[in-house]
Design a protein around this ligand. Structure first.
Ligand code: S5P
Length: 285
């Protein structure tokens, strides 16, 4: 199993949480406050760095470093939802370079395999190179041993094998092909963004994280401008946390249902509890 997947399951059980909070908000201070408020209740924090204004690229003290400090404080993995989709060489530059330097602070990134499997090879070279470089610099074990509890300096990839949006082009054949490509890069691909479990062969140990998740409006605390329901006006389709966990998804991804709330920490706790109860129910079955 990928070291980050092992760590993720350790977190899921110790925090009793299957929740990934998605920061679909547009300023750096609000993103950092959201991470701090939801930190105790989530195992993964998903970012879209390119929707944020005010990103500070300064090494060591900038936005990436601040986010990494929160991940260590609360123990969660950072997932930059970059959806790489270019040729391998360009994807490498996008992963490592620019103002965001995603490679330095995001444990997990994701990609569409539309451009073919070599793009995964390109990202893997960077991810594994980063782990080695970091080890050399800090002289610590790549799996974080000796720093028990804090996220390890590993890098992993999720492939989009299904999407939650209406009319998307990821049909069954594409999904199957994506899974078979993932099997050839098990040392870097942790799993999938998908709507259901993808494991079908005995040696498969892929994790599935699922977006398009909301509590029904009548269960919500009704304190946000956007109250998610069965769908949003732009084709997003929602399923309840309980349904997703009972169908075998490992982590639910919740964006506006939490981040548009004035009491995002309390909302995250509410989602965490509903999902965890369903997870325990599933484990008992
Ligand atoms: O198929 C997908 C894949 C992703 S990563 N559907 C999605 O909605 N996402 C992301 O999950 C999307 O980019 C957004 O950041 C989040 C869902 O947000 P929500 O506000 O609808 O919960």
């Amino acid at each position: 199993m990928h070291p980050l997947t092992i760590y993720l399951f350790h977190l899921i059980h110790s925090k009793k949480s299957n929740l990934c909070v998605s920061a679909d908000i547009t300023t750096v201070p609000s993103m950092l406050s959201l991470a701090d408020a939801c930190g105790p209740h989530m195992v993964v924090f998903k970012t879209h760095a390119d929707i944020l204004s005010g990103w500070d690229p300064t090494p060591v003290t900038g936005t990436g470093a601040k986010l990494a400090a929160l991940a260590r404080k609360h123990r969660f993995l950072i997932f930059e939802d970059r959806k790489f989709a270019d040729i391998g060489s360009t994807a490498q530059l996008q992963y490592e370079g620019g103002d965001y330097r995603i490679l330095e602070w995001a444990h997990i990134v994701n990609a569409h395999v539309i451009s073919g499997p070599d793009m995964i090879r390109g990202l893997k070279e960077m991810g594994q190179g980063w782990v080695k470089k970091h080890d050399d610099l800090k002289g610590m074990n790549a799996r974080g041993e000796g720093k028990v509890g804090e996220p390890p300096e590993e890098r992993g990839l999720l492939l989009l094998s299904q999407m939650s949006s209406a009319g998307n082009l990821l049909d069954e054949a594409y999904t199957k092909k994506t899974v078979s490509i993932a099997r050839t890069h098990r040392d870097f691909v942790m799993g999938f963004i998908a709507l259901e479990p993808m494991n079908s062969e005995p040696e498969d140990d892929f994790v599935v994280m699922t977006p398009g998740c909301s509590l029904p409006p009548d269960q919500s605390l009704d304190d946000s401008e956007f109250v998610p329901g069965a769908e949003d006006p732009l084709g997003q389709q929602y399923v309840t946390p309980r349904d997703l966990i009972l169908r075998g998804c490992d982590v639910i991804i919740v964006g506006r249902g939490i981040c548009n709330s004035k009491i995002s920490g309390a909302k995250a706790e509410q989602y965490k509890k509903v999902a965890w109860e369903a997870y325990e129910e599933r484990l008992r079955q």
